[in-house]
Write a protein that binds this ligand. Structure first.
Ligand code: NAP
Length: 283
């Protein structure tokens, strides 16, 4: 991993850039368009949106105006929780493509699994949604398909009937939230692991003397250290900012390497007030 355009190969051979630009909570149309353009200008080639973010049109406009050919970009969207099921998935992927103004998506994810306490047959519901994605993949509308926020029981369930394995699992990962079992099972199935909200612990780390020392020693901000930590774990971090300078700086993480002792220190941190995704499993 030497640059922003380096990639991992997904299990179907598709190349995914190792750092992505996220667009969660970017609902202002201008910020969404300009954010995507600034990210592409800074060298990002991987853009992450979702039906839930209500910004696919604006992200699509940013993609159209960014000056880089479509085929050089890796664009992800995700199925909203209200759109699960075979028929709805087919319909809603078409709507996402239309909103984005694209003929295909590089990656499409089930944003959240149907979980146990949802009522109904959560296992069947997830499998039916997956079956629709497999067909859309066969048709070439989705170059890769995957899951998000799937913990061990959800992955295991999908695998029992999947004709095509998920290629990506996008989950919350940063110091304090390691989800080791989910990462291990994903990797066992050749699923690339993406990390959302990699900067969440920043407010705690601003107070942490060890991390302050690291920041000085490497000449890097705490945000850059967190993103580098994620890369060195082999995750694909997704990071969001609506400020051009931060977008640029967040990508300057390929010219240093965290020492083992620093990785271990970051791995050891815990934060009481952060959600623990493990708790979502039974929701
Ligand atoms: N699959 C899922 O369920 C799921 C859930 C959450 C997120 N995601 C995806 O993952 C992406 C990343 O997660 P996230 O949006 O939580 O991003 P993040 O990069 O962890 O954090 C973004 C926040 O940090 C601020 N920030 C960014 N760079 C900074 C810097 N250098 N210094 C100080 N503050 C900085 C941003 O503010 P400014 O914008 O004001 O700079 C924003 O408030 C999302 O955008 C979305 O695409 C997926």
């Amino acid at each position: 991993m030497n640059s922003l355009t380096d990639t991992y190969s997904l299990s179907n051979g598709l190349e995914i850039p190792v750092l992505g630009y996220g667009t969660w909570q970017v609902t202002d149309p201008n910020e969404a368009v300009e954010g995507v353009k600034a990210a592409v200008k800074a060298g990002y080639r991987h853009i992450d949106t979702a039906q839930m973010y209500k910004n696919e049109e604006f992200v699509g406009k940013g993609i159209k105006e960014c000056g880089v050919p479509r085929e050089d970009l890796f664009v992800t969207s995700k199925l909203n929780n209200t759109n699960h099921g075979y028929e709805a998935t087919k319909r809603e992927v078409a709507i996402s493509l239309e909103k984005l103004g694209l003929d295909y998506l590089d990656l499409f994810l089930i944003h959240w699994p149907v979980v146990k306490n949802n009522g109904g047959d959560w296992k069947k519901d997830n499998r039916e949604t997956w079956r629709a994605l497999e067909e859309l993949y066969d048709e070439g509308k989705l170059k890769a398909i995957g899951i998000s926020n799937f913990a061990v029981p959800h992955i295991t369930n999908i695998m029992e009937t999947a004709r095509i394995k998920p290629m990506v699992n996008q989950i919350r990962l940063h110091p304090g939230v390691l989800q080791k079992d989910t990462v291990e099972l994903s990797r066992k199935h050749d699923i690339v692991v993406e990390a959302w909200s990699p900067l969440s612990p920043m407010k705690h780390l601003n107070e942490d003397e060890e991390v302050q020392k690291m920041s000085e020693a490497y000449g890097k901000s705490i945000a850059q250290i967190l993103l580098r930590w994620s890369l060195q774990h082999g995750f694909v971090p997704l990071t969001k900012s609506v400020h051009e300078e931060r977008i640029q700086k967040n990508a300057e993480i390929f010219d240093f390497e965290l020492k083992k002792e620093h990785m271990n220190y970051l791995d050891s941190l815990t934060f009481e007030d952060l959600d623990k995704p493990e708790d979502f499993v039974e929701r």
